[in-house]
Design a protein around this ligand. Sequence first.
Ligand code: ATP
Length: 375
Amino acid sequence: MTAELTETTAAAATKARPLLEVSDVGVVLGNGWRASRVLDEVSLTVWPGEIVGLVGETGSGKTTLARTVVGLARPRGGRVLFDGTEISRLRGAARRRERRSGHIQLIFQDPLRSLDPDLTVGDIVGEGLKIRGLPAAEVDARVVDALAAVGLVPALRHRQPGQISGGQRQRVSIARALAAKPRLLLCDEPVSALDASNRNYILRLLAGLRDSLGLSIVIISHDLSSLAGIADRVVVLYRGRIVEDGPVEQVFTAPRHPYTALLMASAPRVEAPGGDPDGELSVHQLRRTTADPAPPASPGACVFAARCPFAVDACAVQPPLAPVSGAVVARPAASSLAASSPAADGPADGHWTVACHRQSAWQALARARTATARR
Ligand SMILES: Nc1ncnc2c1ncn2[C@@H]1O[C@H](COP(=O)(O)OP(=O)(O)OP(=O)(O)O)[C@@H](O)[C@H]1O
């Protein structure tokens, strides 16, 4: 990896303000009667050098949030700031300039579909640089450099996507993003199509890029266990709303929103360092049954109320994200990688919020429920 690539991105890590600030963003997709509110009052902060996991079931709005950050979806209300500049209002030439800067790179879920099968790896990685008018020799050097950064040999640049493995294709996607010298990577399900060994390789690679380049990284994932080892912070989306946002160790050890707990209970196995497997709640303790009282059904009700077994009258009103009560928030230390992150000493410490009226009450109620399926 060249010193130049390292310097450009490491500079971002030293600044004492968030790299990305999404504030109260709403997004409506579709038109007329098919229009639907896909994001509602979403706020997300990513600090220099921080790895943030964005989780939530399918359709919760994760991809839409990433697309909003890069300007592919237009927010209706709210704003997106990148390094202090409001990018959500940029139009025309200013928007094109921002895009061409390459500072924010979106890495798509399915590399086979997102990489042009007719281009060589070299063309794919260098495409954006050519569009920006860089001389051929510089494009070539940066392509080789970016491939090396993801552990691929230079000779691979003569192959086409169909001639390399799935893991290599995902590395090519990351190399393409790195060639633009980004400061923020948004990775949409970067490992969901990969087998276990490639998954671990890509996750370690992303963590290594954060450490060596000071990159900020948002990893969108269904798979909570893949985030446990590398993310500093986890943000949980449910039907377009953030329901919990906090240090990965605390959230995965003692989730404060019943939906986060349900996600964790549904996952194959999420190992939070210091976690207590015996204390974990089961899916059956967290799912509504016909025996539970009917949840409030007003239009402004908590977004999770209809599925929540602990909903009470107060849940007829959507709770705002509020600091977790009584929590002692330690510095993120989900892994040695996370603990050594530039963000771990930064202002991201101590931030743990949850949107639940019953944040202090539902755990005891859940434990009192039977841990096995009702017959
Ligand atoms: N162009 C569109 N028009 C209308 N609705 C859309 C459009 N694109 C997405 N949606 C809807 O927006 C919601 C959020 O979609 P999004 O892809 O952001 O969710 P996601 O959490 O990334 O899901 P997944 O994990 O399956 O990728 C979904 O209900 C989806 O059907």
